[in-house]
Design a protein around this ligand. Structure first.
Ligand code: S3P
Length: 431
């Protein structure tokens, strides 16, 4: 992919209403659970993000019939599998969710599949799914012996387990729960911190026996029934719009039809603690709450983030670091070492980019501290091959003096195709 540069400069108020692309996490899960279901499922408003397209391509490589229509995707279920043995390695692109969840879904199937991905995905840790899936009786090995993809996965008959993941990760929890559908008894995952529960909700909606008690989730083996679902807007994409309005004086923006699952709304809570003017209204509730978020600019104050806050806002933490440059006082983000293992090392990428824009900050192994408010001065910044960093630096550009040039703009398509248009529609200026 050739690198694309995009320039941004200080913006006047952002105003208006918009929708954001459909939820990535829900789209992945809907496609994968549909592949395991009895009958054909229809997913309306499937995410256009390239990560979610990777999931559909992976399912096709595994023999699934997928039909893409303008506003919906249909998946022909296999009643619990097995999927078809592919001829060569299967490419999960940039998407860790695709790789980890598909590995779980296939763990009880008698096929051997090599799961791989782009350069970034091939650097990401897979020991976290290798361990529990192998405890259940599957055979997963990292080809290079370093716990990273390519991952050779062979399914088999699975034993039930009770598993306490050492890291807070919805992907790990979901991989084990999906494998549990094909196990010989109820499988339990006991989390240390609560992570997003879309897998549990969708399994329940498709007739699977799933029980959540505190931090424990238990799934009984079974075949999901086919379903028709509509995917709401992605709160993690909405967060970039919300953050833009929270930091540009005079802004008043509403994001409509966005998912408001309480395991995902940590960023909105953090914003309120920072003094932002955020109004959330839940307007509909199918198997996931959906509604709108209105944000009006208000002066911000510093905030402290704990490991629990981080788990509920894992993809939004870099935005908190940016907002900290607009807020009065010292913002401290702790318990965020997982950010070093995302599409890029997001702690380092955030620190390097904000420093390039003139911010002085302290970086630690598991977080960042920023003393605000501080001037942002436009400069070239690198997205480091990471969609969320590219978008966060664009927002920085809207508040900076001079021109901020984001290198790696093409990565925004991983989660938010049309991000630049969305900003323009709200009145943001490009340099
Ligand atoms: C996701 C879980 C999170 C998140 C990612 C999507 C999911 O990752 O960062 O963008 O859909 O389950 P981890 O499970 O690695 O924390």
């Amino acid at each position: 992919m050739s690198s694309m540069k995009k320039a941004f400069s200080r913006s006047g108020p952002l105003t208006g209403e918009l929708k954001v692309p459909a939820d990535k996490s829900i789209s992945h899960r809907a496609a994968i659970i549909a592949a395991l279901a009895r009958g054909d499922s229809t997913i309306t408003g499937y995410s256009p993000a390239s990560d979610c397209q990777s999931t559909l391509e992976v399912l096709e490589a595994l023999g699934l019939r997928v039909e893409r229509r303008e506003c919906a995707v249909s998946v022909e279920g296999t009643s619990g599998g097995p999927f078809i043995q592919p001829r060569g390695p299967v490419d999960c692109g940039n998407s860790g969710t695709t790789l980890r969840l598909v590995a779980g879904a296939m763990a009880s199937m008698p096929i051997t599949v090599t799961l791989t991905g782009d350069e970034s995905l091939r650097r990401r840790p897979m020991g976290r799914i290798i361990e529990p899936l192998n405890m259940m009786g599957a055979r997963l090995t990292s080809e290079g012996g370093d716990g990273r993809p390519p991952l050779v996965t062979s399914g088999g008959s699975l034993k039930r387990i009770e598993y306490a993941p050492p890291v807070a990760s919805a992907q790990v929890k979901s991989a084990v729960l999906l494998a549990g559908l094909g196990a010989d008894g109820p499988t339990t995952v006991c989390e240390r911190v609560r992570t997003r529960d879309h897998t549990e909700r969708l399994l329940l909606a498709s007739g699977i026996d799933v029980k959540t008690e505190g931090l424990s989730v238990t799934v009984r083996p079974g075949v999901p029934e086919a379903f028709d679902v509509e995917v709401p807007g992605d709160l993690s994409s909405a967060a970039f719009i919300v953050a833009a309005a929270a930091m540009v004086p005079g802004s008043d923006v509403t994001v409509r039809s966005v998912g408001l699952n309480p395991t995902r709304t940590g960023f909105l809570d953090v914003l309120e603690r920072m003094g932002a003017d955020v109004e959330v209204s839940v307007e509909g509730w199918d198997w996931e709450p959906v509604g709108s978020i209105r944000v009006r600019y208000a002066p911000l104050k510093a905030v402290e983030l704990s490991a629990e806050d981080v788990a509920r806002a894992i993809d939004e933490v870099t935005l908190v670091a940016l907002l900290a440059t607009r807020a009065v006082g010292r913002t401290e983000i702790r318990g965020a070492s997982e950010l070093r293992l995302k599409e890029s090392d997001r702690i380092s990428g955030t620190a390097r980019g904000l420093e390039a824009l003139g911010v002085s900050l302290e970086e630690s192994e598991d977080g960042l501290a920023v003393e605000g408010p501080c001037e942002l001065v436009g400069a070239p910044v690198s997205a480091a091959g990471d969609h969320r960093l590219a978008m966060m630096f664009a927002l920085a550009g809207l508040a900076a003096d001079g021109e901020t040039v984001v290198d790696g703009w093409e990565w925004t398509a991983v989660s938010f195709p049309g991000f630049e248009k969305a900003l323009e529609m709200l009145g943001a200026r490009r340099a």
